[in-house]
Design a protein around this ligand. Structure first.
Ligand SMILES: Nc1nc2c(ncn2[C@@H]2O[C@H](COP(=O)(O)OP(=O)(O)OP(=O)(O)O)[C@@H](O)[C@H]2O)c(=O)[nH]1
Ligand SMILES: [Mg+2]
Length: 420
């Protein structure tokens, strides 16, 4: 990390409220503050203007720009972050008035993603999104490239610095797309293999900071990156989760959602979110202690709708119940459960509830298997929920009762030995 990156920038946040709902706008500004802190910036002041619509040339009105200018000088702020995506001309006009660097909400989120990406795919996806954001803003005097030095909003994933040359950017975009398509093909093959083996797949989704990775780690004893920061997880991670009966499922942790996620980023992360489409069950984690949790829930629903996964069974998991203030009434239309990811008993209850849902995707079997069928017996133990296993001395057979996923390949063999 360079010296400049390590130093903390003083930031002024600027919002333009175009709705009547003051509280909602306050939450939105608070979220921008959390995002800024996640990017290691220090918020020195927040400035909001209520307007009928965003000012087309300066985002906020002229008088407010003057106020911002004075505030900037007084607080010696180096960076000004706007709560909406700015047009190239807005950036140009504001830059003419203000001293500090100017970035918008989208650039801030892209910057956080850039510092968080771990896998090759994640890094490529973020770089692609950054370049696609930058491209239409280059040329003319759209972007003040001279000010593109270092700090929040300028960081790229991996070692390469964000390039400013248009032709070079176009080439790089093509290059990244090619590389990504190779990775996606690779993953498709892996996914098909997983499908053939008919594992029960569960995807963990939710708003950023809901506690997905915390729960994931504790349910799978893995260690995904968990932190009180927004977008701690960018790369999907899949691990085995054993249910109380001993039945093994696959659990996938995913990237967190957020309101007004830049469209370039949604597109870039689409392939990652495809994992959700393959799931047999979606666990939607909600931080119920967040005052704006309902809006978070709606944001996630909207994205799930876009992914067209409504037909997949869902369990809404209200998390952080240890921090609950006042009464809580679940609003989800799906099955729900209230937990704290830190509480072992809660996690056990959750696993039991998941197991009930898994059982709904299974069918009961009662078979007599010859003791010579060692491989099949082993499969029954590993791939199904085996409720009873008894050796019948006279018949020299194993009597087995249990539940098997309705689309599992061993069902065919089981019919062969089944007792009606
Ligand atoms: N009090 C409380 N805190 C929790 C609970 N579960 C998670 N947290 C905290 O919430 C913060 C966010 O947790 P993460 O697991 O990183 O959240 P995430 O949903 O994976 O976040 P992203 O990867 O950013 O989308 C961490 O500080 C956790 O310690 C809980 O049940 N109770
Ligand atoms: Mg996470």
């Amino acid at each position: 990390m360079s010296k400049q990156e390590a130093s903390i920038e003083r930031v002024i946040l600027v919002g333009c409220q175009t709705t009547e709902d003051d509280l909602r706008y306050q939450y939105s500004m608070e979220e921008l503050e959390s995002l800024t802190e996640t990017a290691k910036g220090k918020v020195a002041a927040k400035l909001t203007q209520k307007r009928e619509r965003i000012h087309p040339s300066t985002y906020i009105g002229k008088g407010k720009v003057a106020e911002l200018k004075a505030l900037e000088a007084e607080l010696e702020a180096e960076l000004i972050i706007f709560n909406d995506e700015l047009s190239p001309s807005q950036v140009r006009n504001l830059s003419a008035e203000l001293e500090g660097r100017i970035i918008d909400r989208t650039q801030l989120i892209l910057d956080i993603f850039a510092t968080r990406a771990r896998s090759k795919e994640g890094k490529l996806q973020v770089e692609l999104a950054q370049l696609q954001y930058l491209l239409p803003r280059l040329g003319g005097q759209g972007l003040q490239l001279s000010r593109l030095g270092a700090g929040i909003g300028t960081r790229g994933p991996g070692e390469t610095k964000l390039e400013s040359d248009r032709r070079h950017i176009r080439r790089r975009i093509d290059d990244i797309k090619t590389q990504l398509s190779v990775i996606v093909q690779h993953r498709d093959r892996y996914r098909e293999r997983r499908k053939k083996n008919k594992a029960f797949q569960i995807a963990l989704v939710g708003y950023t900071n809901a506690g997905k990775s915390t729960l994931f780690n504790r349910l799978t004893e893995a260690d995904a990156f968990e932190e009180n920061q927004l977008f701690a997880t960018l790369d999907p991670m899949t691990r085995k989760m054993i249910l109380p009966s001993g039945f093994g499922t696959l659990l996938t942790d995913t990237v967190g959602f957020i309101q007004d996620l830049p469209t370039t980023l949604i597109a870039a992360f689409r392939s990652t979110l495809e994992e959700v489409k393959e799931a047999d069950l979606i666990l939607h984690l909600v931080d119920m202690s967040n005052e704006d949790y309902f809006q978070h829930e709606q944001t996630v629903h909207k994205l799930l709708e876009d992914l067209e996964v409504q037909q997949i069974p869902q369990l809404t998991v209200y998390n952080k119940k240890d921090q609950q203030h006042g009464d809580f009434v679940p609003t989800a239309k799906t099955e729900t459960i209230l937990i704290s990811a830190f509480d072992e008993q809660d996690r056990m209850r959750l696993k039991k509830q998941i197991e009930q849902i898994v059982l709904q995707a299974m069918e009961f079997y009662h078979v007599e298997v010859p003791s010579t069928e060692g491989k099949l017996l082993a499969q029954l133990k590993n791939d199904t929920i085996l409720r009873e296993l008894r050796f019948h001395e006279e018949k020299q057979l194993y009597v087995c009762k249990g539940y098997c996923l309705t689309d599992h390949q061993i069902l065919g063999q089981l019919y062969h030995y089944s007792i009606k």
